[in-house]
Design a protein around this ligand. Structure first.
Ligand code: PMP
Length: 281
């Protein structure tokens, strides 16, 4: 069952008019929220980021946090599976095709749930491969916009190369993955680029930095050069659906000794323990 504009209904019965600005312009924003043991993970943080995205496209939030929490609770109830991931999508609504914002239009609100499988254990042992590409996205990558054409094209490069992710470089600096944030380990220091307009402020990124802080893992947020990326002892990606994954090959070259490193292993242990703690909470 999905939620669309005030109604809960089966996916097959859900339709959106062709003049929806999401369909015509990609004029909207979204969120992806993991659910563990039927509880949304870091809901407050996801809803704050949604607000940031809505502010970024000058679209009024159609719901209060309480209303969102209620809709999310209902969607979780209506769908099977203890672990799910929720997709929330808001567009500027249905209006005559014109780039300028329409007046007095009601936003389209859509929520769906999908099963959330645990990251395959095999990948945590072997690590995954990634390729690099030039980050050719726009200047507001901090907005979780539904217009994802650049991300799609960049991610497909990875699929074509039988790799898991495309790691992006802008002006010789690491930004993020096509659908993830990136951390490296250099001289025992966990490093990731700072949050600014060049990257999505990842919820998992925040969790990893918090865990590093709490558990005394040396870390810093600063710019990372292409050379530092290529010569890193460890590289890992983070995302709500993939959690933390070790990248052991970059553009066909091994990273470190080509197996997941100790910092990844420590952070993944901490992340799994933190998830359990929150679920019991
Ligand atoms: N960057 C991009 C471009 C993403 O699409 C995502 C989400 N898949 C992330 C980073 C990670 O964000 P989060 O940890 O909130 O899932």
């Amino acid at each position: 069952m999905i939620y669309l504009n005030g109604k809960f209904l089966p996916m097959e019965q859900a339709t959106v008019p062709v003049l929806d600005r999401g369909f015509i312009f990609g004029d909207g924003v979204y969120e992806v929220i993991p659910v563990y043991s039927r509880k949304p993970f870091r809901l407050g943080e996801h809803l704050s980021r949604l607000q940031h995205s809505l502010d970024g496209i000058r679209l009024q939030n159609p719901h209060t946090e309480e209303q969102w929490a209620g809709l999310i609770e209902r969607i979780i109830e209506l769908n099977e599976g203890d672990d799910q991931y929720l997709y929330l999508h808001i567009t500027r609504g249905v209006a005559k095709r014109d780039h300028a914002f329409p007046r007095e239009v009601t936003p389209t609100v859509f929520i769906m749930s999908n099963p959330l499988p645990a990251p395959p254990a095999k990948l945590l042992v072997s690590g995954v491969s990634a390729i690099t590409a030039r980050d050719n996205r726009w200047g507001r990558c901090d907005i979780k916009a539904i217009s994802l054409l650049p991300n799609i094209l960049l991610r497909q490069l990875a699929v074509d190369a039988q790799a898991m992710e495309t790691i992006l470089l802008r002006d010789g600096l690491l930004t993020e993955g096509a659908a993830s944030n990136i951390f490296i380990v250099k001289d025992d220091l966990l490093l990731t680029p700072p949050k600014d307009h060049r990257i999505l402020p990842g919820i998992t990124y925040d969790v990893v930095l918090e865990l590093a802080e709490t558990h005394g893992v040396p870390h810093a947020t600063r710019e990372i050069s292409e050379l530092e990326l290529r010569t890193a002892r460890e590289i890992m990606l983070t995302s709500s659906t993939k959690e933390i994954l070790p990248i052991t090959q970059l553009d066909g070259q091994p990273i470190g000794n080509g197996t997941p490193g100790p910092v990844f292993q420590q952070l993944d242990r901490l992340y799994q323990a933190y998830k359990l703690e929150v679920m019991r909470g």
